[in-house]
Design a binder for this molecule. Sequence first.
Ligand SMILES: Cc1cc2nc3c(=O)[nH]c(=O)nc-3n(C[C@H](O)[C@H](O)[C@H](O)COP(=O)(O)O)c2cc1C
Length: 617
Amino acid sequence: MSASRDRIARPSLPDGFDDSRARERADDPTGWRFSDPERAAVWRAIAERRDIRRFRPDPLPDELLLRLLEAAHQAPSVGLMQPWRFVVVRSEETRAAMQAIALRERLRQGESFDGRAREFLALKLEGIREAPLSLCVCCDRGADDEEVLGRHTIRDADIYSTCLAIENLWLAARAEGVGVGWVSFYRAEDVQDLLGLPARVVPVAWLCVGYPDERPVRPGLEAAGWGRRLPLDELVFVERWGRSLDTRRAPARRTDGPESEPAALPEWWRRLASAVRPGDPVAALRVRDASDDLVKPTGSLGALETLAEQFGLVTGAPPPATPRAGVLVLAADHGIAARGVSLYPSSVSAQVAAAAARGETAIGVLARALGAELVVADVGLAGPRPRGVLDRRVAEGSADMSVGPALEPAMLQQAVETGYELASDLAARCDMLLVGEIGIGNTTAASALLSALTGLPATETCGRGTGIDAQMLLRKQELVATALAVNGLPAAGDPLECLRRVGGLELAALAGALLGAAAARRPVLLDGFATGVVALAAYRTVPALRDYLVAGHRSAEPAHARVLVELGLEPLLDLRLRLGEASGAALALPLVGLAGRLHAEMARFDEANVERAKGMA
Ligand SMILES: Cc1cc2nc3c(=O)[nH]c(=O)nc-3n(C[C@H](O)[C@H](O)[C@H](O)COP(=O)(O)O)c2cc1C
């Protein structure tokens, strides 16, 4: 910021908002903690909370009960669902009925303990009638089809949330000297009947609550010799199941899951992949800290801020204001094209590549308009070599994947290595790479590859490509299904093998290009469906690659959306493009430069003026 510019005081936020500063948080990351005595009290409540089974009859003040319920109600919950419901039971009659249920279930369980039955029956496991009140903590599970944020894959997350509410109440009760005893000897339907709970409401816990008539210092079951607290280091693994914290110790006792070995990938691929290092999250944080200082509400530049952070992650700095961009367009032909899956014959691939190199196709125009360096390379076209196109041909197109593998192993390796070299060369002159492809029939290959990688049926991975009609789409789907069956996919293939069997030369070269760019620590703007599927295949074997990938756009090819979800990438643009050639990536390029300019040129809040601003508020 120039010295002559007026300094802008950061306005303070109203109560209820996070008014901390990025710099403050960076200078003292521990600054959110409690004072020493407060922390000691929290730790004490955790260590000295006990399950209580003996109670005094003295009633609990209503006000105290309410505060305990407030503690429960402050628990975290999935999607802020707050599924907990509390039934306060004081009725002697109901508690007696509940005790009868618990005693019956206790005896039933006793029968299944065989050797330890006598020991089990000697334990006191409930205080339902002694305690002046019971709390039935329930979970309202809602309708089965109700979509709750965060409960999409884990249906029981609402039950977990309810348990957290119970723990909150339990800890607060301990601090207040109130005893809580959890009883789980019941069948849900019995409690549902007893309390008139609707079917969707599950009783998670029956809690006996009152002043304790015991003050145990350790768990009752431990005192009774039923069990003991396990050493923590037997329960903590490092990075993978079974790897003990203490490296000197043999594998921890509780190892019942074998370590799954990653699929054996060829040595040449592993060599290229090993050059791709994960980004630096600390550098990303530095960029975010700096973004938070700009004169704007925190996070208000949305995806542009994410983009700036991603550049930080990968390059250590926000995007340059005028990034030097290199566009790499790889061209090849596909044997499958002879089966009529496109509106155009294979010969068109070479013509388009030549026109692109002359700057006459969409990418030619866009690269010129954006001042980007365009490299169009033939990595596997068939027939005469197109003029002006960089000749790095690996083979005369790929084989027809509906009768056998698209590529021989040596072709796959050569194509990948070619793409890697092309990207490495270009990366040396550029801040970032844009990748795209030309190849009649390559959306069919990309669809097959996506099916192979994800198990999705051809009907969900095939789209209209160049604009085929419904009948051709049907043929395309059938051919993809055949190609998968003939090549033993998806069952028999690691991602690289999928790429070999149903990919293509430009797709393989693109995989290499992604690795080459990432190895040079250059972010990559992906184009549409084909580049996305290749990125997915490469990412599945090289997880660090994802740090480098930016989705330029979401294309009109329906399965592209699915690819982006699998990659976990949000597209910058959605313009219904379906052209390929890196044209969508190119259209997104200005956003990268603008994100960089905003980061570099916006004024920063004058922290010195903050207090004055607060005083005015
Ligand atoms: C899900 C759950 C169900 C429990 N059910 C019973 C029960 O039916 N009867 C009982 O006496 N204690 C029950 N307890 C209490 C545990 O036995 C007790 O928490 C454990 O032995 C450790 O003791 P502490 O809570 O005093 O640390 C339950 C605890 C949990 C978390």
